[in-house]
Design a protein around this ligand. Sequence first.
Ligand code: SAM
Length: 214
Amino acid sequence: MITSDGSHTICVTGLNEHYHSIHGAVQESEFIFIKNGFDTYGSGTVRILEIGFGTGLNALLTARRTLTQTKKVFYTSLEKYPLGPEIIHKLNHHTFAGSRGKELFEKIHSSEWGMMTDLLPRFSLLKIKGDLVSAEIHGEYDLIYFDAFGPDKQPEMWTGNIIKKISGVTKPGGLFITYSSKGEVRRLLNESGFSATLVPGPPGKRHIIRAIKN
Ligand SMILES: C[S@@+](CC[C@H](N)C(=O)[O-])C[C@H]1O[C@@H](n2cnc3c(N)ncnc32)[C@H](O)[C@@H]1O
């Protein structure tokens, strides 16, 4: 379906949930994960962990951002249900990602699962097929894009154990960003070693959560 900024999203009828905001998929991802996440974090090498690779939109916007700044990104994304090419090819996200959007979108989707691949001089991608609930997560990350389906639709992705698992692989001073503004999520983050605050959200969302690892 088409969202308010003209970009596509996918509706999961079984959950009655969308992959992105119906108020603008690209606008929402850009605002939450790039402006309030990537752009505000660090310098040098940045290791990103994304929960929910989905359409690859957040990966695309982050890859494009590395073309105009100096951070080197290692982007790891976990996904339980990878989308097939018949769906990916129908998405128009690349048309919102500048002159190299199509090339980047294709590289992101054709890169092999399970293998860290250099896609740009400052952007390497590792897509992992796995289930956040049961998978062991390895590594140390600077920046977490927590982009699971909503806590009301998939509560098993937002439990204390899951947030502790994520906390365990987040570096001190690292940043956790999500579109959710739920008090319960903030509480779990604060109990799991983060300092979580509400910050203004994109159109259609009053607030989002931004949390720093203590
Ligand atoms: C809101 S969408 C992510 C949107 C995505 N970041 C993008 O840029 O298009 C949530 C994603 O989480 C995935 N997911 C659902 N359950 C999961 C699980 N247990 N482990 C890992 N990923 C899961 C879904 O398949 C879906 O792709």
